[in-house]
Design a protein around this ligand. Structure first.
Ligand SMILES: C[S@@+](CC[C@H](N)C(=O)[O-])C[C@H]1O[C@@H](n2cnc3c(N)ncnc32)[C@H](O)[C@@H]1O
Length: 254
């Protein structure tokens, strides 16, 4: 495993506060494409992080085993789980590497990777997912992405990131594409789900701080870049609210 868990652990609070949830349409598409009814399913959510997908699956009746090697990320997931019981199924939080799941064979109906599969070994992780799936189960990867081509201001925002951050990887890079999880599946269906995120500038900047490429900058360089983005965004949107064109890429396979 690339030891990147600590990268996210260092930005766990910003991640928890700033990252968007996924639109409802994602869950409808996931159930439809996978053929797995979310209510009553057992899902292994690999790279669960602070639990954005985990909590939404749980709210839809899934019993979720949330796996992540980042102790700080998982701590946020656990604290949010504790405050949201209400007769919902249990969530098991497991501090572990998704390339070596500490789970028995054939326990899951779904294995999900929400913005996480690209951190894992592309071959070993899928072999592990197949091992823990029941016959008829499905594997799903999804990524919540800025649709920069839909708004000039967003394209300019991404370009400023590309200029300032050596490890930036996103829509401002010509050769950027979604992670190639579809290539790992035998039967595959892909969906693009557009949606719009309404968010205040400060929450949007917290989201920015939660990206691994920002965590790789020195604190001074990160502050300087966030300050520059804040100035540009406030000038363009003095009312302080952004309407961000987003799209979720979903790939489901067996
Ligand atoms: C971008 S975050 C995604 C978190 C969450 N799934 C979401 O949708 O917001 C990526 C997560 O993958 C986790 N991760 C990194 N390497 C991993 C590995 N080898 N196995 C499992 N998770 C890993 C990180 O700790 C981090 O929490």
């Amino acid at each position: 495993m690339r030891n990147l868990a600590r990268v996210f652990d260092s930005v766990a609070d910003a991640y928890d506060a700033g990252r968007p949830t996924y639109p409802d349409e994602l869950y409808r598409a996931l159930a439809e494409v996978s053929g797995v009814e979310l209510d009553g399913a057992t899902t292994v959510d690999v790279g669960a992080g602070t639990g954005i997908l985990t909590h939404a699956l749980r709210a839809r009746g899934s019993q979720v085993i949330a796996v992540d090697p980042g102790a700080e990320m998982l701590a946020r997931l656990v604290s949010r789980t504790a405050g949201a019981g209400g007769g919902r199924p249990a969530v098991a939080a497991v501090l572990a590497d998704g390339n070596a799941l500490p789970l028995a064979d054939g326990v899951a109906d779904l294995v999900t990777y929400a913005q996480s599969w690209h951190w894992l070994d592309p071959v070993v992780s899928i072999a592990e997912a197949r091992r823990v799936l029941r016959p008829g189960g499905a594997i799903a990867g999804c990524w919540n992405l800025h649709h920069a081509a839909q708004a000039e201001w967003l394209a300019a925002y991404e370009s400023r990131l590309a200029e300032a951050v050596p490890t930036y990887w996103g829509p401002a890079v010509e050769e950027w594409s979604v992670p190639p999880i579809a290539a790992a599946f035998e039967v595959i269906e892909e969906r693009w789900i557009p949606w719009t995120r309404l968010v205040g500038i400060e929450d949007f900047l917290l989201d920015l701080r939660s990206h691994s490429y920002m965590a790789a900058l020195s604190p001074e360089a990160a502050d300087e870049l966030v300050g520059r983005q804040r100035r540009e965004l406030r000038e363009a949107f003095p009312e302080g609210v952004l309407s961000v064109p987003m799209r979720v890429y979903l790939a489901v396979g067996r």
